[in-house]
Design a protein around this ligand. Structure first.
Ligand SMILES: [Zn+2]
Length: 159
């Protein structure tokens, strides 16, 4: 039985919502999909259509066809992606009650220098634009690094 449901979102098309409570630190789902090199990614018309998750300097995880393609970004996320032995697990970083959207901060997995998109998350602390991890305020970078929701290829730059 699924603990997640896909719902329509007025601005973003789709969003993933929790069907049950998740405890802080609980794994929500593993992200999967084909691993592709940067030059193998087809040119995209709109940044919103980008389903490619950066998992290495020149390595991306493509769409899986599952819920993991639809989790939206927030500048005030309730989840984060934890890398474990080259696998990626969306994990609650606070208590997530049933009925709540599950959101993570895309900037935690971005180190590209040439890609950004406008943010529509609507949070009071919204940064306005989603861009590379290195551009986050230092306190926020440290928070995310401490939570363990930054992939190795980025976190290694801050050791
Ligand atoms: Zn935002």
């Amino acid at each position: 039985m699924s603990s997640l449901i896909l719902k329509d979102h007025p601005l973003l098309g789709k969003t993933v919502v929790a069907l049950r409570n998740f405890r802080n630190g609980e794994e929500i789902m593993e992200f999967s999909g084909p691993q592709v090199k940067e030059e193998e990614i087809p040119a995209l018309q709109k940044p919103e259509d980008d389903r490619y998750l950066q998992i290495g300097r020149d390595l991306y995880l493509g769409a899986s066809g599952g819920f993991d393609d639809f989790f939206n970004h927030s500048c005030c996320p309730n989840a984060g992606l934890v890398e474990k032995d080259g696998r990626f697990f969306l994990t609650a970083i606070e208590e997530i009650p049933a009925g709540e959207e599950i959101l993570w901060d895309y900037s935690t997995y971005m180190d590209e220098r040439d890609w950004e998109m406008d943010c529509l998350c609507g949070e009071k602390i919204c940064r306005g634009v989603i861009r590379d991890f290195c551009f986050l305020p230092e306190a926020l970078r440290n928070k995310y690094l401490h939570l363990g929701i930054v992939p190795k290829f980025i976190a290694d730059q801050y050791r």
